[in-house]
Design a binder for this molecule. Structure first.
Ligand SMILES: [Zn+2]
Ligand SMILES: [Zn+2]
Length: 275
């Protein structure tokens, strides 16, 4: 085997530990420390998955939260106490976490308040939260700059706004929701009120709309797109991938050549990227 001695050694690691309505959790870190975004899977599972990638829970220096739905905050309580890892969220989302009956253990640790569109720093990471419409009291996406890369995560997206487009356009690595296939949802077994909630503009984003957004924001510095929060009932990874690939292709953007496209798995780690 030949090794490229001149290839730069990757310094950063981005991992989706779990994505979808059964729990969301992402990791971004250096060889010394890292942050999590959302903690919607069990604490022991987070520890186990991190360990599989050689990351110790003790090296986590912060948890960022998008919003207060159970699949994003279930394990938040576990970051207080002995671990004493600060939790970052907007004031409104903190209040939602406090009221939530889906948090397994009450969070009594260090709270840090995030203000939308006000950049703050955690060690090497430069972080900006921004508004994302969704059927909860408040939801934010995160833009994280580290090294020479910009990572943007937008999940649980009711509809595309100018703000979302603006931040998505800044990404070298974009994690964006592709929740459902429109036909599968409309013909599926969900009751009418739930279908209405999902498509209301405050629910979730369809594969088609995700494709539309991506064609409108694509630029040649966008290296990789991860499609996240795929519905188990109303979507299929191949369908989400094909829908988005086709939309990009129609605009002359070749998946695999101009940009890398991946769908994230539900309930297990996927999509490791090192840079
Ligand atoms: Zn969710
Ligand atoms: Zn949600």
């Amino acid at each position: 085997m030949q090794y490229d001695l001149f290839a730069p050694v990757p310094k950063y690691k981005l991992i989706s530990l779990s994505s979808g309505s059964s729990g969301n959790c992402y990791y971004l870190g250096t060889s010394q420390y890292g942050i999590l975004i959302d903690a919607g899977i069990g604490m022991r599972t987070i520890k186990k998955y991190l360990r599989e990638y050689g990351v110790a829970m003790e090296t986590i220096v912060a948890v960022l939260v998008t919003h207060d739905h159970a699949d994003h905050i279930k394990s938040i309580g576990g970051f207080g106490g002995k671990l004493n890892i600060p939790v970052y969220a907007t004031e409104i989302v903190h209040a939602g976490i406090e009221r939530s009956r889906f948090v397994e253990e009450k969070f009594t640790g260090v709270k840090r308040v995030v203000e939308k569109e006000k950049t703050f720093e955690i060690k090497e990471f430069q972080i900006t939260a921004f508004e994302v419409p969704h059927d909860t009291i408040e939801n934010v996406g995160y833009q994280i700059k580290v090294g020479d890369k910009t990572i943007v995560l937008v999940t649980d997206v009711g509809c595309i706004t100018d703000t979302i487009s603006k931040y998505a356009r800044s990404a070298n690595h974009l994690i964006i929701e592709a929740n459902y296939d429109e036909e599968m949802l409309s013909c599926g077994r969900y009751p009418a009120y739930l279908k209405q909630r999902i498509t209301s503009g405050m629910g979730h984003l369809s594969n088609r709309l995700t494709g539309e957004l991506l064609t409108s924001i694509y630029h040649d510095k966008l290296d990789e797109i991860w499609l996240c929060h795929l519905s188990q009932d109303n979507n299929h990874p191949d369908l989400a991938y094909k829908t988005v690939e086709c939309a990009l292709n129609l605009q002359g953007i070749k998946v695999g050549k101009d940009v890398t496209l991946k769908t994230l798995s539900r309930g297990k780690p996927s999509g490791l990227r090192e840079f």
